[in-house]
Design a protein around this ligand. Structure first.
Ligand SMILES: *Cc1c(COP(=O)(O)O)cnc(C)c1O
Length: 366
């Protein structure tokens, strides 16, 4: 079976993690700092703080943005539930905006309609790694005094008008969960535009204690006075060691993904029964997914399955979960997207031969 996802683990990972285990220092320390500096350098991020999951990153970013009980946060329903749950953790209200049928990304025009006096932040999701319309979203955020928090769980290595995702808005959140581009087992990161947010993020990820300013006293406890309730969200050293190992060769692996995506695009753009997603060349997708619209979706899935190929909708609109209070009405782009979207395998272990087999199978029809 050609699976939809693959967990990449660098050949040196075992050895690199063993070295950390040998030190006996497993919690947050030097290796975590090294990993953060490496991320900033390799991806051109704003100052970044690593955490123990992408969900923690979203929760902490929303907290740093000042989102409180009763505030509204605008997001797309085309995402994983974590994006919406992080808003609920703060007793804030997720407000679902429509998406562009041709990309799966949040529609700035719909965001504009959803802005109210209670809106505090916009949380776009770069669906499949293809960057949202950041110019329009930044303008809306600025005009209405809102914070912009990107859920970039799919978008490590993507860029928008030459700027890396992770360098653009107030907060950009990444996930290093097992099947994302870069894995630390579980983990995540928040890139912060403001140095002040960066400082607060560093303390809030560890109970609200700033490690660097809390030395051990003679009595044997660190000296601190917690002024805000922080979380237990830091990354640990052996996760960071895995992250550092997996950073090696990342650029090459991403290039290969893009190559496969381009091969899919050129082979399938005139295929009967398929409508590829739009792709504007002012941005570069990180291609965590390769998706498109398809006719007779179930037949398509069955056909691929019979040829040993996985195909999936990955996620359908999250507001179908009762925790979010029922389906949002009048999201026509989202409704249409849900009806026809499908995704085929693209990952680090997918060979060009695999990709050709997938293309040939689709070309046979379904
Ligand atoms: C994976 C993912 C998350 C959550 O990341 P975790 O590291 O699993 O907590 C959030 N949003 C999206 C869109 C994701 O795909």
């Amino acid at each position: 079976m050609i699976n939809l996802f693959h967990t990449y683990i660098a050949p040196t990972a075992g050895e690199d993690i063993q070295k950390v285990l040998n030190t006996g220092f497993l919690s947050e320390g030097e290796t975590v700092l090294q990993f953060e500096r490496a991320l900033e350098q390799q991806f051109g991020f704003n100052q970044c703080v690593s955490v123990n999951s992408g969900t923690s990153a979203l929760h902490l970013a929303l907290d740093l943005a000042g989102v409180q009980e009763g505030d509204e946060v605008i997001l797309p329903a085309q995402t994983f539930v974590a994006s919406g749950l992080a808003i609920l953790y703060l007793k804030a209200i997720p407000v679902f905006a429509d998406i562009d049928y041709f990309t799966g990304n949040i529609s700035p025009a719909s965001v504009k309609e959803k802005i109210s006096s209670k809106t505090k932040a916009i949380l776009p999701v770069h669906w499949g790694g293809y960057p949202c319309d950041m110019t329009e979203l930044l303008a809306l955020a600025e005009h209405h005094g809102l914070k912009l928090i990107e859920d970039a769980a799919h978008a490590l290595g993507a860029s928008y008008k030459q700027d890396p995702i992770g360098s653009i808005s107030d907060f950009t959140c990444f996930s290093f969960q097992a099947i994302k581009h870069l894995s630390t087992g579980d983990g995540g990161a928040i890139c912060c535009k403001s140095p002040n947010d960066y400082k607060t993020a560093k303390s809030k990820r560890w109970f609200g204690i700033d490690r660097e300013k809390a030395p051990l006293t003679e009595l044997g406890e660190r000296a601190y006075n917690i002024s805000h309730a922080g979380y237990k969200y830091h990354m640990n050293n052996y996760a960071a060691a895995l992250g550092l190992s997996n950073l090696n060769g990342f650029e090459l692996r991403l290039k290969k993904r893009i190559q496969i995506a381009n091969q899919y695009r050129s082979a399938l753009h005139q295929q009967d029964g398929i409508r590829l997603f739009n792709y504007f060349t002012d941005r570069q997708s990180a291609y965590w997914l390769f998706g498109f619209h398809v006719e007779k979706r179930k037949d398509f899935i069955r056909k691929l399955k019979s040829a040993g190929i996985a195909a999936s909708v990955v996620h359908q609109r999250i507001d179908r979960n009762s925790v979010f209070g029922g389906l949002t009405k009048n999201l026509s782009g989202q409704e249409a997207f849900d009806e026809t979207q499908i995704h085929i395998p693209i990952h680090d272990a997918l060979s060009m031969e695999n990709a050709e087999h997938i293309i040939n199978t689709i070309k046979q029809g379904w």
